[in-house]
Ligand binder design. Sequence first.
Ligand code: ADP
Ligand code: MG
Length: 229
Amino acid sequence: TEELLRKSDKLSVAGQLAAGLAHEIRNPLTSLRGFLQLLQHDLKDKKHYFDIMLSELDRINFIVSEFLVIAKPEAITYKKSDLVTILQSVIALLDTQAVLCNVQLVLEFQSDIPEITCSEMHLKQLFINLIKNAMEAIPKDGQIKLIVSLHGNDQIRVRTQDNGIGIPEERLKQLGEPFYTTKEKGTGLGLMMCFKIVEAHKGTMNIQSQVGYGTTIDVFLPTYTGEHN
Ligand code: ADP
Ligand code: MG
């Protein structure tokens, strides 16, 4: 429980920070981008500099967008949805990329999975993040399995299982901390956003991993009860 409390404290501090910062940063970014494009038109021989500046701007913009999702869980709108359909569309979205990385994406589900109350957009974002992390953890070729099953009477478990590099035990507790990344081009915001989305859906997320064997992430979500989650 102490560990859980610590994590949600971190999330709320980061959320407050993000809410303030994101807006302040976004507006000047948009105007900078516009003026850069105007200048680029006049200084055609300096194209290389502009390419770098524009790509740096886009990177800042990307980081701010990741933050915005975390910052505004109250802006999420919920409706009754079919989780398997959501996962199928996520897999369709990432399949080409997976094939290019020699990764096989597999979805397994029980036939009697009940509906849930959720924001489809945010759940898609959640599983896109988990699958992308899994793909990035697979060095050569491998498999990512999504297994959907009923857990008790009132929860659905989505297990995302990869056979990638795994995560050392001592690093597991850092997952979900803002900016914790082991990747050169990582933001370290993906998992934090995942925890935030799951929390907003009144669910839980567990991460288990073994170095050299792979990582298993369980997301538990409450089934539809007729009232708002
Ligand atoms: P990023 O992907 O930008 O690094 P994330 O918050 O998505 O940020 O992930 C944080 C870190 O957690 C990653 O840098 C990686 O070290 C670790 N991680 C997350 N998912 C996996 C996974 N499936 N297998 C191995 N490591 C993972
Ligand atoms: Mg990530």
